[in-house]
Design a protein around this ligand. Sequence first.
Ligand SMILES: [Zn+2]
Length: 473
Amino acid sequence: MINLVNLRFYGGINEIGGNKILLEDKDTKIFLDFGMSFSRIEKYFEELLRPRTANGIGDFLEVNLIPKISGIYRDDLLKHLGRRPEAPVVQGVVLSHAHADHANYISFLHKDIPIYCGETCKYILEAVDEQTQRDLENEVLNFKIRPLFNKDRKNPPIKRQINTFRTGDKFKIDSLEIEPIHVDHSVPGAYGFIIHTSEGAVIYTGDLRMHGAHADMTDDFIKVSKEAKPIAIITEGTRIDLKKTDESEQKVYNDSKKELSKNKRLSIVDFNFKDVDRFTTFYKMAKDLNKKLVISFKHACFLERYHRDKKLRTPDSKDGQILLLKPKRLTGTYTEEDYTDWYIKKRLNYPNIILAEDIAKNPSKYMVVLNFYYFNMLVDLKPKNGTYIHSLSEPFNEEMEISYERMHNWLNHFDVKFVQSHCSGHICGPDLYELIETINPKSVYPIHTEHPDMFKKLKMKVDIVEDGKKYEI
Ligand SMILES: [Zn+2]
């Protein structure tokens, strides 16, 4: 019998998002990531038209949001569909990082399929778990048996088996040896992998970049990958079509600080709190400008876990420079009974809680981290003539354009100055060509990209992948 390593891709094909890669070597099968794809969801669903939890995985399977493979899904979800439970045929999921498009559809997988991820990645998944409402699409760490009857609601969730690693640790899943190496991305605890198969090394990049604050980590990954003399690389290509720019974390700091030091009123910033580098950038800036950094209770869930990870060197949520903004709920009087969410309730005794009304009395003293979805709080914050730093990517689809316009309406309403200042989490075209040429694999499998053809510029074998098709290496 000829042993071949087979790859199947169930996402990230001609799209940005939703990586699910099945790697098969003899009797060992593993998934590299098992994420949700925003672009596939948007093809059929929108805000008020959602996959029905009442139909379990039925709606997801129907429109190919998840692959039609036997032996991977949860017993309860299969039974719900009128099917028999299936013993798991996949021995593990190797998770590159905690972004939803790589992690979230682990929710649907059989409880006996173990998950392998970085320690910090697990911290982030825990923070997400703590402050989001349980939903069929976000039960990564644990899940509740469906259908979920009232009598069972209080039952503890079923925990998945999560095995964590640090960079350079090697671990085995059956016959496969897997070597995770840290990479720089817009979330800490991100890894690329060298998978030692029976045919040779297969490299999976996960998401990465070479222009970030920790570019040296990506360099480490390139070095180890090259030494492995890989037979194949599975690579992201989110920004393969973009040229090199002068973007950097330092530039975000410099440009934003310049704007905010001119501003004599309220400073508002928005960035993704999963991005610890960006948090550090604005935390440092607040300190340098002698302002308090005001975060939400949701942000506190993340910050407290980052703080536990000594390598990240981040402050605790009760740090002297940090304040927690108490949201207005139910009665609008900030009385204790208004707060039923556990993640808020258990932090109500913190000494550093502030109200929007207090910030409005002395706006120049504060830098408020405020996401667009909480812009109704601007009514209480009264940010007249303030400055808003949008430290996120610019809109790249129609739905985002509409929100973007609404965001500008709010800012214009309060005469708030808009400033765009961001540094992407993804590698640009020239850097990616260089990365692949340096690693020098025998073949290239581009995923997570809308421009797979652009990889043909490389002077090596490039396989443009199709959904569900088997590729033999
Ligand atoms: Zn990512």
